[in-house]
Design a protein around this ligand. Sequence first.
Ligand SMILES: [Zn+2]
Ligand SMILES: [Zn+2]
Ligand SMILES: [Zn+2]
Length: 384
Amino acid sequence: MMNRDAFQAHQKLPSPSTAVQRTPGHANDAGVTTSEPAAAVTDGSDAIGAGLQNEVGEYNCFLNVIIQSLWHLRRFHDEFLKRSASNHVHVGDPCVICALYEVFHALSMATADSRREAVAPTSLRIALSNLYPDSNFFQKGQMNDASEVLGVIFDCLHRSFTQPSSVSDNESVESNTVGTWDCKYSKACLVHSLFGMDIFERMDCHSCGLESRHLKYTSFFHNINASALRTTKVMSAESSFDDLLDLVERNHQLACDPDSGGCGKLNHIHHFLSSPPHIFTTVLGWQNTRESADDIAATLAALSTDIDMSVLYRGLDPKHIHSLVSVVCYYGQHYHCFAYSHEHDRWIMYDDTNVKVIGSWADVLAMCEKGHLQPQVLFFEAVK
Ligand SMILES: [Zn+2]
Ligand SMILES: [Zn+2]
Ligand SMILES: [Zn+2]
């Protein structure tokens, strides 16, 4: 590894090499996390971010991949930082949102600085663990699930930005509909306005024509079983990811509701959205943390970087294209993520302190296949 002087000198020069790697993400044997450059890109741009620390025994990787993903979602990044860090309802003690601001500001500083020192996520980790003092959830030194921590951060964001002044009271009440949408403050609430999907479900029986099973709910995630996804891909090899998500959904069939006078025939449920979310988040569920290389490869083959939301949800105009911005993957007990840099038109890997330019989406897929990385959380952002 280069010494710091050589590294900095090197950095000022244009170079065909896109990244300089430092030691692997987990801290060294002595447990010392260095303040040396985490990684750097030699083209002078600040579009490629800094790494996040993960010292021996901390198991921060599940949180680091979520921080990096949120950081790379341009709309979230900009709107979160645009809001005054002090003007929110504090959530937890210490406050999770204050800690998220702290980490984002540190990432901004580190990204702007040529040395790109890795940022410690410790304040956020402590704030999250204090939300659940009586459980193992997010406690320091415990490994956790990336999609779970994302759900908790979403909940904290919702609680912090809820302002009673912006209540909308013009929502019509439909007597035959079960459930409600979560957030009455959707314009003021950052997380609901960017990630939330107010879904309306309905079954239209193809046999007797009855409309039944009306249901309303808010969702942040589109959950899909990895095994169902790859099985569907095998049966429908030409289908893109959005088509596959739709096909898997159509396989979930329920009876035309006899309690509402229905005929009992099986139908799938229609899902309606009146507007697409800015960010569409898919979570892949896997049977275990070390699946076979073949199953991982078959699942990866089903993914696409562009999806049309109108294929998945009714009620939208055609061609609501969302593009993949970040993919959280794991191998065994370790997470890393791949995030797309719009400025560079390249994918970057964030493996704790280790930041590396990967290249095209095909390069990401090849790396996942080779490393047996299982994609878990996929973030798609609306294309303007
Ligand atoms: Zn706060
Ligand atoms: Zn909300
Ligand atoms: Zn029917």
